[in-house]
Design a protein around this ligand. Structure first.
Ligand SMILES: NC(=O)c1ccc[n+]([C@@H]2O[C@H](COP(=O)([O-])OP(=O)(O)OC[C@H]3O[C@@H](n4cnc5c(N)ncnc54)[C@H](OP(=O)(O)O)[C@@H]3O)[C@@H](O)[C@H]2O)c1
Length: 269
């Protein structure tokens, strides 16, 4: 499959790495449009891809055109792409807050997706939706592409996309902050930093892997760790006293409200 990426930043690089790893497209079938010369050089050097400066030059022949630009750049890019996209081409956007209405502008086949940076390791989770103009074959293309990034879920209801942005799109940043904090706490009680870092990161990845493997509710798994009157119960009390759950909820609500605000910036035209 021929894929054009518009924007060659962090998210595009993660998706390119995933697509190559899963061999969804050969190197020669991928083209990236990226205005920054240093990013273009990096992509050429690291992945040996064809890289162009203008979005319009990337799209001819591509079955799938992936928008991976910042919301504030969307209007200009959609204006560049107007009249350049053929009806058979699928436009797939990962731009936070960019609605199907904003993306559609004259092109019928549009997918709006919210992956996360874990695409770099093939362990992203992506929620996606599509316009009515996306054919069954194009849906399969979208599912195959997003499947290379990790786990993908389709929803017919676009309203969940801004919510996913706040939970899973931004989510890796919350988890990395938690890993940092856990590491610092380990250092605080006397562990060497590299040892604390290993213990923290494998604790988080192992706990997530167990939750995925068993499918058990997290509360049930947590109970397996908490013995009555024990060390874990003592720590959990401190977390509850500090408002841990409420704080996470307030953080996600703030990200959600911001994501809805981005809808205004990410208008096409
Ligand atoms: N990073 C994440 O974890 C994540 C997760 C989910 C979704 N997303 C979404 O993915 C999108 C990209 O995020 P990112 O983190 O990859 O941002 P990024 O690193 O800033 O990458 C965006 C790239 O697009 C380039 N660009 C700007 N205008 C362009 C144009 N006209 N044609 C082609 N390329 C252009 C930018 O160049 P300049 O720097 O010169 O402007 C930049 O290199 C955002 O909308 C974000 O909401 C990101």
């Amino acid at each position: 499959m021929k894929i054009a990426f518009i924007g060659g930043g962090n998210m595009a690089e993660g998706m390119i790495a995933a697509v190559r790893r899963r061999r969804l497209a050969e190197t020669g079938d991928i083209v990236v449009a990226e205005p920054q010369p240093c990013r273009r050089q990096l992509l050429i050097k690291k992945y040996r891809l064809r890289v162009v400066e203008d979005a319009g030059d990337a799209v001819p022949d591509a079955g799938l055109v992936v928008l991976a630009i910042k919301p504030q750049d969307l209007g200009g890019v959609l204006a560049d792409l107007k009249d350049r996209l053929a009806p058979g081409q699928l436009l797939l956007s990962v731009v936070a807050g960019a609605t199907l209405d904003a993306l559609r502008g004259g092109h019928g086949a549009v997918v709006r997706a919210m992956p996360n940076i874990n695409a770099r390791g093939g362990t992203a989770v992506t929620l996606w939706t599509a316009t009515g103009g996306v054919t069954p074959a194009q849906r399969e293309t979208a599912a195959a592409f997003l499947g290379t990034l990790g786990h993908q879920l389709y929803t017919p209801d676009e309203k969940y996309l801004d919510m996913a942005t706040a939970l899973s799109g931004s989510g890796p940043a919350y988890v990395f902050l938690f890993i940092e904090a856990l590491t610092d706490a380990g250092v605080h009680i006397g562990l060497p930093r590299t040892m604390a870092a290993d213990l923290a990161v494998y604790t988080v990845s192992g706990s997530a892997a167990l939750a995925v493997k068993t499918g058990a509710p997290p509360a049930q798994l947590r109970e397996m760790v908490v013995s009555p009157g024990g060390t874990t119960a003592e720590a959990l009390l401190r977390l509850e006293e500090g408002g841990f759950r409420g704080l996470i909820t307030r953080a996600v609500v703030a990200a959600y409200e911001k994501s809805q605000g981005l809808g205004g910036k990410a208008k096409g035209g």
